[in-house]
Design a protein around this ligand. Structure first.
Ligand code: HEM
Length: 133
């Protein structure tokens, strides 16, 4: 990601806004600063893949800020698509299949931690209620 830099981040946000136009207004008109923030945050997470305590802590903190911005869980799917499109449009040589799978896993892992605020979902509550006494 760091190698790709802000150029790929531009494609990421263009795709995200195509899929979820309502988010455009939440960002500044000038997106340059956001491109840098996005790339450095992804870079930080990748650098801490083998340090689960830091990785989880940062992803959860990022997630709670996103909740405040009004990002809802379903929209992380659009983010995943946008990330893969950014790679497809800018990486030379393109990602191998194995690298693609690794990135999909990484994004999903980050998104899951960002979404997980520790509150059981409705479905989990229902199944808890159905437990035999
Ligand atoms: C792995 C996925 C994502 C990463 C790494 C990421 C990263 C960031 C970063 C670093 C910021 C700057 C502020 C902060 O650190 O809190 C930010 C802001 C923001 N992000 Fe994300 N983001 C991700 C996914 C998404 C998605 C899927 C959406 C919406 C569909 C979204 C919407 C926003 C909004 C609305 C802001 C606030 C912008 C502002 O206040 O100027 N993000 N994001």
């Amino acid at each position: 990601m760091a190698a790709l830099g802000p150029v790929a981040a531009r494609t990421f946000y263009q795709t995200l806004f195509d899929l979820r136009p309502q988010y455009r207004q939440l960002f500044e008109e000038d997106m340059e600063g956001q491109y840098v923030k996005f790339v450095s945050t992804m870079g930080f997470l990748v650098d801490h893949l083998h340090d689960p305590a830091v990785f989880e802590h940062e992803a959860r903190k990022l997630g709670s800020r996103h909740k405040e911005y009004g990002v809802v869980p379903i929209d992380y799917a659009s983010g995943g698509l946008a990330l893969m499109r950014a790679f497809d449009q800018h990486l030379v040589p393109p990602l191998t299949k194995r690298e693609r799978v690794a990135w999909v896993h990484l994004y999903d892992e980050v998104a899951l931690l960002m979404i997980d605020d520790g509150v059981p979902s409705g479905a989990e509550r229902v199944s808890e209620n159905q437990q035999p006494e």
